[in-house]
Write a protein that binds this ligand. Structure first.
Ligand code: PBG
Length: 328
């Protein structure tokens, strides 16, 4: 035999010499769930090990994470029902605790990268990412709210905004509003190919943000989030987001969409982010808790697969655990 691929697998030193994919804590983003109040730390039932945190606890979490080498965070708010309405006005209220928390975080940790969530669902009594009228999600009116929300978030100190709403034209609307208000340095990580997935369950539990059940409210997000059967369509979204001024293109979820991550990496020059979503993490945790998989091996292999598919950046609830495992 002339060709023996096993020769390059002989020892750890040789294996590391020919290792093709590298994943370090530098590539990871740690998601945070913010709640109002103080000294709150309540575990998300469907996502063990992940907590809803008040700002004082969030500061501790950020410090611990930064010490492990994970310096980027994406923060989501759990908004009390009493602050929700049809058009999400609380999202740009100057007294909004999410915006206050962002300012506090950037004051304590100016060197961290803080990413926001731009969408109506945490603030909407209907639980949708856009404004609901006559049983429909109205696109262009939603853009006006998203633009106001974005300027408020930039003002609060977020480094990068994360529009997760999937309305048409939102990146252009947000970019224009930011530039008009002197926030030309605030970046946009667009949820470019976000699918209408069954894997967001634990996240919606954490924020209590699932679409409400009523006859005049669409029961799912299929008129704005993408059909899991489609791949070509991700290229259309990618082209639009690139032209409209996005700084990152995201694919979400990650594991069931590794082919889409690969496709985006091949077709666009912008950095590609992948969101390893709550349901994907919950699945692995459940198997590990049952003793069916070994966490310390299955978790890094999973994250590596997302990176190998082409993700430059990975948002994952396992960010800190991965950093602990591999060191800095
Ligand atoms: C909503 C939003 C969702 C997630 C991030 N932003 C849920 C949804 O679209 O219903 C899901 C993240 C996760 O499951 O970890 N704007």
């Amino acid at each position: 035999m002339l060709r023996r691929p096993r020769r390059n697998r002989t020892s750890p030193a040789i294996r590391s010499l020919v290792e093709e994919t590298h994943l370090t804590p530098d590539h990871l983003v740690n998601p945070l769930f913010l709640v109002e109040g103080e000294k709150v730390k309540s575990e998300v039932k469907s996502l063990p090990g992940v907590f809803r945190l008040s700002i004082d606890e969030i500061l501790k979490e950020i410090e611990e994470s930064m010490n492990l080498g994970v310096q980027s965070f994406i923060m989501f708010p759990a908004i009390p029902e009493s602050n929700k309405d049809k058009t999400g006005t609380y999202s740009y209220d100057p007294n909004n605790f999410y915006l206050e928390a962002a300012s506090t975080i950037k004051k304590h940790f100016p060197e961290c990268c803080l990413i926001s969530d731009v969408a109506l669902d945490p603030y909407s009594i209907d639980g949708h990412d856009g404004i609901v009228r006559d049983g429909k999600i109205v696109n262009d009116e939603t853009l006006e709210v998203l633009a106001k929300m974005s300027v408020a978030q930039a003002r609060a100190g977020f480094d990068i905004l994360g529009p997760s709403d999937m309305m048409d034209g939102r990146i252009a609307a947000i970019r224009e509003a930011l530039d008009d208000n002197d926030f030309s340095d605030t970046g946009i990580m667009s949820y470019t190919a976000k699918y209408a997935s069954a894997f967001y369950g634990p996240f919606r539990d954490a924020l209590d943000s699932a679409p409400k059940v009523a006859t005049d409210i669409p029961k799912d997000k299929k008129t704005y989030q993408m059909n899991p059967a489609n791949k070509q369509e991700a290229l259309i979204e990618g082209e639009l987001d690139t032209m409209e001024g996005a700084d990152f293109l995201m694919v979400k979820p990650a594991l069931n969409y590794l082919d889409v991550i690969h496709l985006m990496k091949e077709n666009f020059d912008l950095p590609i982010a992948a969101y390893h979503v709550s349901g994907e993490c919950a699945m692995l945790l459940a198997a590990c808790r049952n003793g069916w998989l070994e966490y310390e091996k299955a978790m890094p292999e999973t994250l590596l697969s997302i990176r190998r598919a082409g993700a430059d950046v990975i948002i994952t609830y396992f960010a800190k655990d991965y950093a602990k495992l591999v060191g800095r």
